[in-house]
Design a protein around this ligand. Structure first.
Ligand code: GAR
Length: 208
């Protein structure tokens, strides 16, 4: 295997997807290739970003299919494209154990806080930053972790801290956490895991 095949799952703006696309273009990601972008939301701007970068897209709606069929369709689509790594980049759907158990150590998520703070069900997007500000922490950040059956509970791959500043609003803090942490550690973690997968694959093939 030359490069690990990456699928990115998105729901909204897709700035983390953009960071991955840019990292691939600038040579930060060399061990993996973004092969597919899947959105649960047909209106997600992330789909436009993928199309502009020439990446294949698919829309799979949980609202239309219901949870079970939605996950079945996801698995069918991912396996049909022989995807090695699934990156959740602003994907606002919690996946069941039925799904996560198909891809042990193959699903990566970026979360906008230092796990185990401000994470788990209900903590997504701006809510995470609202919670950090209302608690009064002075440092927050972002975490990239493997995904298992516990929401935001899988093994941590990378974290980066970000200072909270006087006068921060959830929106200002969200932007700083993205710029100073998410857009840096997500591509770095994707490269790290892609490299590990390629090396493992080469070992297996070599020992046959
Ligand atoms: C990002 O801050 C991401 O960490 C967060 O949603 C935002 C999506 O932005 N994800 C979660 O909260 C998941 N629990 P994007 O669409 O511009 O990448």
């Amino acid at each position: 295997m030359n490069r690990a095949k990456i699928a990115v799952l998105v729901s909204g703006g897709g700035t983390n997807l953009q960071a991955l696309i840019d990292a691939q273009q600038s040579g930060i990601i060399t061990s993996g290739e973004i092969s597919l972008v899947i959105s649960n939301n047909a209106d997600a701007y992330a789909l436009t970003r993928a199309e502009k970068a020439g990446v294949k897209t698919a829309v799979i709606s949980k609202k239309e299919l219901g949870k079970e069929k939605f996950e079945e369709k996801l698995i069918e689509t991912l396996d049909g494209e022989k995807i090695d790594i699934i990156v959740l980049a602003g994907f606002m759907v919690i996946l069941s154990e039925n799904f996560t158990s198909h891809y042990p150590k193959r699903i990566i998520n970026v979360h906008p806080s230092l796990i185990p703070s401000f994470c788990g069900e209900g903590f997504y997007g701006l809510h995470v930053h609202e919670a950090a500000l209302s608690y009064g922490v002075k440092v927050t950040g972002a975490t990239v972790h493997f995904v298992n059956e516990i929401p935001d509970g899988g093994e941590i791959i990378m974290q980066k801290a970000v200072e909270i500043e006087e006068g921060d609003t959830p929106e200002i803090l969200q932007k700083r956490v993205m710029q100073q942490a998410e857009w840096i550690i997500l591509p770095a973690a994707v490269e790290k895991v892609s490299k590990q997968i390629i090396m493992k694959e080469e070992d297996t093939n070599g020992s046959l």
